[in-house]
Design a protein around this ligand. Sequence first.
Ligand SMILES: NC(=O)c1ccc[n+]([C@@H]2O[C@H](COP(=O)([O-])OP(=O)(O)OC[C@H]3O[C@@H](n4cnc5c(N)ncnc54)[C@H](O)[C@@H]3O)[C@@H](O)[C@H]2O)c1
Length: 372
Amino acid sequence: MADSKLRIGLVGAGTIMRVAHAPTLHASVDAELAAVFDVELKRANAISKSFGGRAYDNLEQMLAAADLDAVIVATPNCFHEKNVIAAAEHGLHVLCEKPLAIDVASAARMIKTCDDSGVVLQTGFNQRFWTQNRIAREIIDCGLIGEIHQMRSLYSEKSTAYPATTAFRYDLVKSGGATIIDLTVHRIDIARYLVGDIASVFAELEHSFLPEKVDDNVWLLTKFVNGARGCLTSNRISPNIGDGTDIFGTEGTIHIATESINPHNSAPLRVYTEKSKSQLPDILQQACYPDAWWKEFDGGWITVKPPRSNPYRLQLEEFCASIREGRPSHVSGVDGLRAQEVVQAGYLSHESGTWVDLPLPANAPFNIPTYS
Ligand SMILES: NC(=O)c1ccc[n+]([C@@H]2O[C@H](COP(=O)([O-])OP(=O)(O)OC[C@H]3O[C@@H](n4cnc5c(N)ncnc54)[C@H](O)[C@@H]3O)[C@@H](O)[C@H]2O)c1
């Protein structure tokens, strides 16, 4: 296996497979697209024709016959558990799209089956592989911005922006949530990645404008284990795609954005520091310039423009590396479960109007709110 490409099968042949996973596999030097399954054969055929692999409309047949090393799962959320467990029971490693599952109990069963089968389970939080998020993490880890006391993150996308193949996102039984579980879940993971584990959640989930009676306006307040406070928001309403994260530390601030998505955010990464140039980590020393050539940099905002890289390629590289090295992925099933727990605690908080502490007890109820 070490020298040959990993043979990967796709479980699901909808939009994210067509626009991201299949082309990434097609271009990969680590892995190849060996098979594609979808309940609608025509969708599996379309991907197979463009990017390779044999098409199937029977998952068991693909898992048994295609001589695979691993699968990528991107089906409507309610099928993730069944799909991941089927693959793991065939001894196949799994990269499962976010959200890992609909609820914590289901995520825990998926992790246990993968552990018992000795296979890698990676959660598809591709935003962890955005270069600006990775650099931000390095800057935080080296202590440049001191102790984090506050963070906020916004991720919003109008309901008609993304060309999904099916409407599962707005059917709460299939999705487990329209906006919190689809959009905010990315920022729950980024909050954990950059700030740390979340200790307590308060949620306001609203249905405001969409014709479907689902959460389309989400506010999550978070208390982190390290004492920091956070606010994570998403909506499905405004026409622009909204994106921005601010991390406030005792000695500096980091602003992260996606300037290609929202030109108002003119740089992907900005760091405010009052340290001198010689005290900065290499990446900031290279990025910082004084206001005039006769002055030394003596604090202020430093703009970092990291080279663009495809997060799906980096995500696949991590998946292949964890398989080849026989270690857990850096974005594990447990990361998927922890994010799920925040979503589920959000539902409990919405229902009770109170803060909900984590970790949730094993028997915590899972009730998707209903909206009028
Ligand atoms: N990481 C990200 O940023 C990101 C982006 C988009 C989608 N996703 C995730 O990927 C998953 C799929 O999303 P999408 O946008 O591709 O959806 P989609 O509606 O475009 O496609 C869903 C596909 O699943 C197929 N399907 C339905 N039931 C199935 C079953 N039982 N078994 C196998 N296939 C079945 C459908 O025929 C369809 O082809 C979701 O979990 C979503 O959250 C993640």
